[in-house]
Write a protein that binds this ligand. Structure first.
Ligand code: MN3
Length: 200
């Protein structure tokens, strides 16, 4: 059975950047639902139940066709939310560190330029989805967005940063202003974890 990953901070810990009510509903309702639906999809497939959500989305071809869409959506939903939530925290924000800082500089220019490019991709993405900084197998850094709960992992890339673009992630506080939620996100982003994702 897949279970809801506990957050390493309280729901109000990211105030004022992300409000407590949004955090609580996002985690206990939205994220929980993906975990529940993933368990339901795997109910009749015991051989797949020991695989983690990340393992499931890494190779969806081994998932039977009749549950593949459900696993793609809900293992993707679980894996993406675990990464998203555990890369946030109080007293975070600031700038990239270590090898990732140098790589972002080389690929996108100064940090402020990277922020502009990332925000433009996030705001420009149509409908629900996720914005990412990811690394191709050859090492190249890429800003990309994915629809639904798709992940760069499904295309063989390594996610470094992830931002939830679904309205449920920001609507209570920011309504239609997705750009404001991107601005807020920089203040709670854990760059130490991003560096660990980058160096592997
Ligand atoms: Mn979400």
């Amino acid at each position: 059975m897949h279970t809801l990953t506990k957050l390493p901070y309280a729901y109000n810990a990211l105030e004022p950047h992300v409000d407590a009510r949004t955090m609580e509903i996002h985690h206990t309702k939205h994220h929980q639902t993906y975990v529940d639906k993933l368990n339901a999809a795997l109910e009749k497939h015991p051989s797949l139940q020991s695989l983690s959500a990340v393992e499931l989305i890494t190779d969806l071809s081994r998932v039977p066709e009749e549950i593949r869409t459900a696993v793609r959506n809900n293992a993707g939903g679980d894996a993406n939310h675990v990464m998203f939530f555990t890369m946030l925290g109080p007293k975070k924000g600031g700038q990239p560190v270590g090898k990732l800082a140098a790589a972002i500089d080389a690929a996108f220019g100064p940090f402020e330029e990277f922020q502009k490019k990332f925000a433009a991709a996030a705001v420009g993405h149509f409908a629900s989805g996720w914005a990412w900084l990811s690394r191709e197998a050859g090492g190249k850094l890429l800003i990309e967005t994915t629809p639904g709960h798709d992940s760069p992992i499904m295309a063989g890339r390594t996610p470094i940063l992830v931002l939830d673009l679904w309205e449920h992630a920001y609507y209570l506080k920011h309504q239609n202003r997705r750009g404001d939620s991107v601005t807020a996100w920089w203040n709670v982003l854990d760059w130490q974890q991003a560096e660990r994702n980058f160096v592997g």
